[in-house]
Ligand binder design. Structure first.
Ligand code: ATP
Length: 285
């Protein structure tokens, strides 16, 4: 748990989400999960494949209705919103997926992809699309002329920047990144994470970062939550990962390779919102 006293923006309380098993019975993909997500911080959820990370993210987003528990956002229960109330909730909570290519309409230009949420919520008019897209592209460090390109002409990293621009368009309070950098080459992953960290610092964004790479998230996360078979087995500050007590967390750490082998001063993150002066020097290996 972070020692800083940032206010809690979201509380996940006793969430249980089950799926029917083909052979009968039910699988508890999330089993009584409770976590607190603080404003302006990065909360990482890590665990091996099948531990329930994506199910938790989707339940928080309202894509799944849990069998038990609730998700409180700014103190209000958003777990079972319907209709327009649910739609409005998407203004505040946005999600970035592993492969944005599958989420983008290949026939839409980048500017229309980025501004679609703004048009959908009637924040801007169609004639404002080009200008707003330019500003959002600049925010994610892409050239303005990308606005008229199609997704297939972009690299994976560029597509992920477009996904970030689109997620930022409505100025949400929480962005859920579900393995958002996992498919990228290490150097591209590095640059996208640096971008996310910069945006967090500048805009006070809150991230829920779902990832299987414990060593990677420890570099920039304020809080790391470790899941195994649908349960939270350990929660600890990102900079204290080497003090992990649970054997499963220790095994995850050993399997990925090494916080020690990276020349990183994890205390760089101890201010809040994230102060990452030292992290600017991080070399991801
Ligand atoms: N829609 C679904 N229907 C049935 N079972 C599901 C569904 N979604 C997930 N599961 C099951 O729930 C468990 C948790 O899956 P989940 O995708 O949440 O794990 P994860 O930790 O995100 O894994 P990964 O890192 O591989 O994405 C798995 O056993 C999975 O097979």
């Amino acid at each position: 748990m972070s020692e800083t006293a940032e206010p809690v923006l979201m509380r996940v309380e006793h969430i249980t989400k089950e799926f029917p098993l083909p052979a009968g019975g039910r699988l508890k993909a999330c089993d009584d999960i409770s976590i607190a997500i603080r404003k302006g911080e990065t909360t990482a959820i890590v665990g091996e494949s099948g531990s329930g990370k994506s199910t938790l993210a989707r339940t928080i987003m309202g894509l799944y209705t849990p069998e038990a528990g609730q998700v409180l956002f700014r103190g209000a229960d958003i777990t079972r919103l319907r209709g327009e109330a649910k739609r409005q909730n998407y203004r505040h909570i946005q999600m970035i997926f592993q492969d944005p290519a599958t989420a983008f309409n290949p026939k839409m230009k980048v500017k229309d992809i980025i501004c679609e949420p703004l048009l959908s919520f009637e924040v801007i008019r169609r004639q404002e699309v080009a200008e707003r897209a330019r500003a959002l592209l600049q925010l994610v460090e892409l050239p303005a002329d990308f606005a008229d390109r199609y997704p297939h002409s972009l690299s994976g990293g560029q597509r992920q920047r477009v996904a970030i621009a689109r997620a930022l368009a409505l100025e949400p309070e929480i962005i859920i990144c579900d393995e958002a950098t996992s498919a990228l080459d290490v150097s591209v992953q590095d640059s996208v994470i640096r971008l996310l960290v910069r945006l967090q610092r500048e805009k006070g964004l809150t991230y829920l970062f779902i990832c299987h790479d414990l060593a990677l998230v420890s570099l920039f996360s304020h809080q790391v939550i470790v899941m195994k078979q649908g349960r939270v087995v350990e929660q600890l500050p990102g900079e204290k990962l080497t003090e992990a007590q649970h054997p499963y967390t220790q095994a995850l750490l050993r399997s990925v390779f090494s916080v020690h082998s990276r020349d990183v001063d994890l205390s760089a993150r101890s201010g809040s919102p994230l102060t990452c002066g030292k992290q600017q020097e991080v070399a991801y290996v």
